[in-house]
Design a protein around this ligand. Sequence first.
Ligand SMILES: Cc1cc2nc3c(=O)[nH]c(=O)nc-3n(C[C@H](O)[C@H](O)[C@H](O)COP(=O)(O)O)c2cc1C
Length: 355
Amino acid sequence: MKVLALNSSARTGDVSKTEIVLDYLIQGMREAGAEVEVIELRRKKIRYCIGCFTCWTKTPGTCIHKDDMTREILPKYLDSDLAILATPLFHYTVNALMKTYIERTLPIALPFFEKRDGVTKHPFRYETPPVVVLSVAGFPEESVFDALKFYVNFMFGNERLAAEIYRTSAEMISRSSTGKKISDIREALIQGGRELIQSKKISPETMDRIKKPITTFEEMAPLGNLMWQTCIDEGFTMGEAQKSGLIPRPDSIDTFLTLMKFSFKANKASDAKLTIQFNFSGQATGECYFLIENGNFKTGLGKMNNPDLIIESPFEVWMDIMTKKADGQKMFMERKYTVQGDIAALLRIREFFGN
Ligand SMILES: Cc1cc2nc3c(=O)[nH]c(=O)nc-3n(C[C@H](O)[C@H](O)[C@H](O)COP(=O)(O)O)c2cc1C
């Protein structure tokens, strides 16, 4: 089976979530024996449709433009057994590059009018492949895709849409994520790719796993806002922040705990049992604690009984250390913060939470 995947993301590599999600789907397709070609539309020259209708009249089926769309993309699309349209969600719909591609498929249609499914449509000039629509969005609610769903269903109809893959909270997906939720989504996408080749559809069970919520607004917004604020303060783009491993800087005890929950590496703490008390002064005065036990991580506000480790620090000093603006050991020597209890446990914090 010949599959053509058209990827309209403006980004690539580890920062492009469209590419990551598409790659997993393709991995499954290849495993199931498909021959898959990916065309990154951003590398191609595709001019805008100028609405001249030359492709319907003077040169039936052939566009007036001579560019990569005419020479390469449209012939490959028509020659494929299955096409994937992979697009980031921009302002609730396909991005401009995907829309430009879609508009340039006009030569596929005949000019005449016919009634299909009770509405006016144009008949096809050529046989066209079934289509998989894949899109990724930053927001966590599935309803963010409502307009796109309506659009692609209207355009392709049930009979031409093999599958619709909509991935919310996509910015939380990375190739290196080891968390259970992301790993299961990765496996489900690979499985979805296999199923598409085997039966030209994705089973409801696999689709449920692909779409499974990663986060909620309540979980995502504090951390996301912290990351944006840190980018603004440091003068970083989001891409630069990801590449350089910029650590969001908490501005309150609440956001500190949210960030620590997000960063906790359960697999590194499977045999650990440790309680840590933080007594902060300065910018955010107050107490909070961590409970780490058998790969689980809990946090709380206030004081706990008999912690293994008590850290007393001005909030801003601890945040400087956490965001690598200050050296933890040097700050300790200079008594900028103090530690009581199991000092060896201090060294394990980096292991449990990464950098
Ligand atoms: C111009 C622009 C518009 C966007 N519009 C939306 C949107 O309407 N809803 C949403 O959830 N995310 C939106 N996003 C976020 C993207 O969908 C998200 O960052 C996605 O991962 C981009 O795909 P990429 O990683 O392949 O670049 C938008 C991003 C940009 C740059």
